[in-house]
Design a binder for this molecule. Structure first.
Ligand code: ADP
Ligand code: MG
Length: 228
């Protein structure tokens, strides 16, 4: 068996101090395997977003380690962690989080340049075509619908040619039909490019698309399941 892409070992995260102290994650043990489709489920406040941010190197654990291909991500300094993230890990947030003053094409081109990896993959124009938005290359994010903005955000994450795509409630701001189409798109791109996919969601229909599920409750993993 190959090594996991990512491993969390004894990962705890605390926010704040004293009376304001919140334990968001408690000694989380988890691996992410190459090419797998993992759903992170749990109620609001259970720690899903915090775990995604720790996995992606946006938040450093208070305790424990995060290893990216056997290297400790969480002990790198901010700049080195940023480089590791840009080279291998793509994010899709609940809102599209695009740069508002850059066109759709420029948002993708910026991400592609920042990633500085030499893996082969489609360029910005091809990616916009893949998500059905070739005609919106010059549009600013404010000129796009919610579903279009989210498709651009997905294309932008793929412009980094990620090995791991992290999605945080990716359809949370979309109506159910648009959400279905966005999820279909993510799934088909994953089949095509083979990155590992981790989706945080409180929606059982979204989680049902995964091959493995990890449930968080109050910052602890309380259940894990694998699906056929
Ligand atoms: P979820 O994504 O499952 O809703 P979060 O990871 O956002 O859960 O939150 C987990 C816990 O950590 C919650 O109690 C939340 O209020 C708290 N929390 C999240 N982010 C912060 C922050 N930046 N500062 C303080 N507390 C936070
Ligand atoms: Mg969340």
């Amino acid at each position: 068996m190959s090594a996991p892409l990512l491993r969390c070992h004894g990962v705890s995260v605390e926010y704040g101090h004293g009376d304001a102290r919140v334990v968001a994650l408690r000694e989380v043990e988890m691996t992410i395997e190459p090419g797998e489709r993992l759903a992170l489920v749990g109620r609001s406040g259970s720690g899903k977003t915090t775990l995604l941010h720790v996995i992606g190197g946006l938040v450093s654990p208070t305790d424990g380690i995060v290893e990216w291909k056997g290297e400790p991500l969480s002990t790198l300094d901010v700049a080195a962690r940023g480089r590791a993230r840009a080279a291998g890990i793509g994010f899709v947030f609940q809102g599209s989080n695009l740069f508002p003053h850059l066109s759709a094409f420029e948002n993708l081109a910026f991400a592609a340049r920042a990633s500085r990896n030499d893996r082969p993959g489609p360029g910005p124009s091809d990616l916009l075509a893949l998500v059905g938005l070739a005609g919106k290359a010059d549009s600013l994010p404010g000129e796009l619908s919610g579903g279009e903005g989210q498709r651009v955000a997905i294309a932008r994450a793929l412009a980094q040619r990620p090995e791991l795509l992290l999605c945080d409630e990716p359809t949370g701001h979309l109506d159910s039909d648009t959400g279905e189409r966005v999820l279909d798109l993510i799934d088909s791109l994953q089949s095509q490019f083979g990155f590992s996919l981790v989706t945080a969601t409180h929606d059982p229909d979204v989680a049902a698309r995964s091959t493995r599920e990890v449930e968080l409750e109050d910052g602890s993993i309380v259940r894990e399941g694998t699906f056929a």
